[in-house]
Design a protein around this ligand. Structure first.
Ligand SMILES: [Zn+2]
Length: 303
């Protein structure tokens, strides 16, 4: 039914074949994740694992690719239906549950697209991906849709999400003013309830989907300038002292922290047999960062 001629002419038969064989998981099929899943299906990706425990509600209709015909459907199931209407040949696994109860769903995938909002869940997905050597693409939309960011996290090749978040999610989920403590971060880092217009959410989601294509197609596409794109939907001060105009963005390369408590060298060497006492010693010994440092100031330092 679907005629892939225009996609084929754009990227070539070999690349379209690569995408058809690619298996991605999308965890969180809300406004962003749903848009990414559908966009990747329309670009030729052929195998999906879609994970979301929630149902589509009336409040979702102003910013979701699924419309009122899907009210009451599980969001992952609704997305599977929409994808099949674009690509009847797509192979789709649907899980109507919390990914943390089914980590095996990430076994053997080529890429994870993170569509969840909660920072706590993102940290747990980070660990699951490190254990499986799975590359993941995260995204976040800022309050009121003023902007957002998306990043590629390759296990042990650049930062893990914890390293990355320590730079760009400074203090999120921790209102105490103390140094961010991995493991204590709660789901209250979420931006879920924030009002934002669909056009601003999907602008960030479209960038996330495009980064996903770059990862899946590897060297067949020009290399990306850095691992993180920070986008301004309206004029934003992303880099201290500089206004980034609306509808533009700033690329930033976030480095891996060798002392990271999740992917750091010492933990890797220590393997799984580490004792709580050892971990406590490491926490005490880890060099502390200035937790008042803003992402903007870090970017300024790097510039
Ligand atoms: Zn790390």
């Amino acid at each position: 039914m679907t005629d892939w001629d225009r996609v084929r002419r754009l990227m070539g038969e070999d690349n379209l074949t690569r995408l058809r064989q690619a298996h991605i998981a999308v965890v969180g099929l809300g406004s962003g994740g749903g848009f990414v899943a559908l966009s990747l299906a329309m670009s030729g990706v052929g195998r999906f694992t879609l994970v979301d425990p929630e149902e589509l509600e009336p409040v979702n209709l102003t910013r979701h690719v699924a419309d009122s015909r899907y009210l009451g459907w599980n969001k992952a199931e609704a997305m599977a239906d929409l994808i099949r209407h674009r690509n009847p040949d797509a192979q789709i696994t649907v899980a109507k549950d919390d990914i943390l109860k089914h980590p095996e769903l990430l076994d053997g995938i080529d890429l994870l697209v993170v569509g969840v909002d909660g920072e706590g869940t993102k940290y747990k997905l980070n660990e699951l991906c490190l254990a499986r050597n799975v590359t993941a693409i995260y995204a976040g939309v800022y309050a009121r849709g003023e902007g957002g960011d998306t990043c590629i996290i390759r296990p042990y090749d650049g930062p893990c999400y914890a390293c990355w978040a320590a730079e760009l999610r400074d203090g999120m989920g921790d209102q105490s003013g103390e140094e961010m403590d991995y493991g204590l971060i709660q789901d209250n880092g979420t931006l879920k309830a924030e009002p934002a217009l669909w056009v601003h959410v999907v602008r960030v989601a479209a960038a996330q989907a495009d980064l996903a294509l770059s990862v899946l197609l590897g060297g067949a596409r020009p290399a990306l300038p850095a691992n993180t794109l920070v986008m301004a939907n309206q004029a934003l001060e992303i880099v201290a002292g500089q206004t980034t105009p609306a509808h533009s963005g700033v690329w930033a390369n976030i480095a891996r922290d060798p002392h990271c408590l999740v992917c750091g060298d010492r933990l890797r060497v220590a393997d799984q047999s580490i004792s709580l006492d050892d971990l406590s010693d490491m926490l005490m010994a880890a060099p502390s960062e200035d937790d008042t440092d803003s992402a903007a100031r870090r970017l300024e330092d790097e510039a």
